[in-house]
Design a protein. Structure first.
Length: 368
């Protein structure tokens, strides 16, 4: 895969700015607007019934639906993503410095996955693949997935997942093809916590403390819209992730941010893989406060079922080539690959980042 994350993000930004300029309303208002939430436990059969978009093909949100971007995105087979949040009228978010924000009952978090038709030409538009919703019902967060037809005119709810044959033209002019996998509802719940509880992941300060597409800091902008119950901490004291390709940030910060976004949903004390004692959330990879074994340094894999690529330790300091973590990130075999769901391609840039992080560690000699 020759596409770089920088090229893709640049394309997404250009396309979104163009679509926002074409809209009568840019989705920045705080009012309820025309959004039509489904009754709890009775999700609508089609995405249109939620009325979250003025134009779903161009991802123009309805009035009151607020667009946001994250700093360190989850890799999803090089798709572009569009993220939004909607709150019921009169409701607001409880801001937190650490961990996911507390969104009120009735809130809807939206994420759309798409492939640009031609990375060289934003005006060519996108092939929208699916839109996922997390709806905060009285019983907790409930996931719903809506898959678009090839004509891009309708998106229907799918519980059992789906396969989408997708193609696009990359920045070199080559045609790329991929069989994109839409996860099942059960798989969504596996990633968003431990069954039966479903939780938010990326809607948190460390991910959203960045400029939006209009150039204004997103947290300051949301505060200005009156979306918070409490006042956010000042910018100088907020924890902030770093993008994988942000060379102004340290290698350690970029790698820890990447692992939090791509691995910690399972590999954390609150995740589905907590029993493996391999914790890759940002707090657990602090080289000063936390033992290196937390993130796999000289740690024997547990419950790997033989999927170790013949290596002994999860992370061998100074030697990415013999680290189980890197091998599993590079694999596309179901038994070996990590994450086990949510991708069918290798994140070449992400692997290179984690490789560099491990290779930069002081060699320790794990022994056998």
């Amino acid at each position: 895969m020759k596409r770089t994350r920088a090229v893709l993000l640049g394309w997404v930004a250009a396309g979104l700015v163009a679509s926002m300029g074409a809209a009568c309303d840019d989705g920045d208002g705080g009012a309820q607007g025309g959004v039509n939430p489904a009754p709890p436990g009775k999700p609508w059969a089609t995405l249109d019934e939620w009325r979250l978009f003025e134009d779903h093909a161009r991802q123009i949100p309805a009035e009151g639906v607020v667009r946001f971007e994250v700093i360190a995105p989850l890799f999803s087979d090089y798709t572009s993503k569009h993220r939004f949040v909607w709150l019921p009228e009169g409701a607001a978010i409880t801001y937190r410095d650490d961990g996911a924000w507390e969104l009120p009952v009735g809130a809807i978090v939206v994420k759309t996955f798409a492939y640009p038709r031609d990375l060289r030409d934003p005006s060519a538009g996108e092939r929208i693949l699916e839109t996922r919703l997390l709806v905060h019902e009285p019983s907790g967060w409930v996931p719903h997935t809506y898959v678009f037809d090839e004509a891009q005119t309708k998106a229907e709810r799918k519980v059992a997942g789906a396969y989408i044959e997708a193609s696009w033209i990359d920045e070199s002019g080559a045609t790329r093809e991929h069989r994109y996998v839409v996860p099942t509802t059960v798989e969504c719940q596996e990633c968003h916590g431990k069954a039966p509880e479903t939780r938010l992941l990326g809607v948190k300060t460390a991910q959203l403390d960045r400029p939006g597409l209009d150039g204004e800091n997103q947290i300051e902008r949301m505060a200005g819209l009156g979306l918070f119950v409490n006042t956010p901490s000042g910018a100088a004291v907020r924890r902030r992730f770093a993008a994988a390709d942000d060379e102004s940030a340290s290698l350690e910060l970029r790698a820890r941010s990447y692992l939090d976004a791509n691995c910690a949903h399972c590999h954390s004390a609150a995740g589905d893989a907590d029993s493996k004692a391999l914790y890759l959330d940002f707090a657990s990879t602090d080289p000063i406060e936390d033992p290196p074994a937390n993130w796999g340094v000289c740690k024997l894999p547990t419950s790997a079922g033989g999927a170790t690529c013949g290596h002994v330790f999860d992370v061998v300091p100074g030697d990415a080539d013999t680290s189980v973590m890197v091998c599993r990130m590079e694999s596309t075999r179901g038994a070996d690959q990590m994450p086990p769901i949510g991708r069918g391609l290798v994140d070449a840039e992400g692997v290179a980042l984690v490789r560099a992080w491990i290779d930069a560690m002081e060699p320790a000699g794990c022994g056998n």
